[in-house]
Ligand binder design. Structure first.
Ligand SMILES: [Zn+2]
Length: 301
């Protein structure tokens, strides 16, 4: 089967670059994001795709108002200044990509019966001494407007830096594209670092039929009493809490699901893929399979 190089879809696009000698195979999810500077003086429903916008050239042009956060709590906001907005967009793209990139490695099924013939398998080998694998990456393409975008995200500018605003996938705040951290009573002494914008972007890596990609422990949380669900869905054990779709920065097997879904479609190999974190992959480098050793001895066609 010939690999599909690009898949364009309403939820997100993806591109598979086969390995070249000395270069690893790479699967990039490309999310086209419309970032919209929120006009705080106008009421709107971001969940319904309403994003009134305003940019001010200077503080005298700034509009003010209170904008409800994810909990519905009104928070004092002001318009963005043009230069602040330009800086935010650059920082958003950079930190969201940095958070997701360089963590997830996909390992292909080793047996030919699982759908990769020798020729396909060779396309996942960049270095014969390193096990066949695919690097995962996220590319944020900032769009000039809503047209053609996969994700529409309003961005509020808080009226003062000490205010707190609970973000959600449709509406984030000016301090969401920075590294934050917190300590929870459940794990005393353990500081958990996160980038809110990267987490909210994760909600957009959804199935085409779903409204969002859920939090990592959503299924578990639903087994709990209603008042415990909101917190538990971010991870009831530390290994999940540390994940991007929990409240940390780690890409786990859960975060890899959108890439695993796409690699099956790009390659036609439906079974036997697994995800390993780059930190653990480093320990596997000497474990080249018998199949790969055999292929490495054949000339490339
Ligand atoms: Zn969330």
């Amino acid at each position: 089967m010939v690999f599909r190089r690009a898949i364009m879809q309403g939820n997100f696009d993806s591109v598979l670059e086969p390995a070249q000698p000395g270069r690893t195979a790479k699967l990039t999810i490309r999310l086209k994001v419309a970032l919209l500077p929120r006009d705080p003086s106008v009421a709107a429903n971001p969940r319904a795709g309403q994003h009134p916008t305003h940019l001010a050239n200077n503080m005298t042009q700034v509009r003010r108002g209170s904008v409800p956060d994810a909990n519905g709590d009104p928070v004092a906001c002001r318009s963005w200044l043009v230069h602040e907005w330009n800086a935010f967009k650059i920082q958003f793209k950079r930190i969201v990509e940095q958070t997701w990139d360089n963590q997830m490695i996909l390992l292909p099924p080793d047996g030919a019966e699982d759908g990769l013939n020798d020729n396909d398998f060779l396309q996942l080998i960049g270095n014969p001494r390193i096990p066949a694998h695919v690097e995962c990456a996220l590319d944020i393409e900032l769009m000039p407007g809503i047209a053609g975008s996969h994700a529409q995200i309003g961005v509020v500018h808080l009226a003062s830096p000490d205010l707190s605003f609970r973000n959600f996938m449709h509406l984030i705040s000016n301090d969401s594209a920075e590294m934050g951290s917190r300590v929870k009573d459940q794990w005393p002494g353990r500081r958990i670092y996160h980038v809110t914008a990267a987490h909210e972007v994760g909600h957009w890596l959804r199935d085409p039929s779903a409204k969002l990609y859920e939090h990592i422990d959503r299924a578990y949380a639903e087994t709990l009493p209603a008042d415990e669900q909101d917190d538990a869905q971010y991870g009831h054990v530390l290994s999940k809490r540390l994940a991007i779709m929990g409240s940390g920065n780690l890409a786990t097997e859960y975060e890899a699901q959108p890439w695993l879904g796409r690699i099956r479609r790009h390659t036609g190999a439906l079974f036997g893929w697994s995800m390993v974190h780059r930190a653990n992959f480093a320990h596997m480098i000497s474990t080249v399979s018998g199949r790969q050793q055999r292929l490495a001895q054949q000339p490339r066609i």
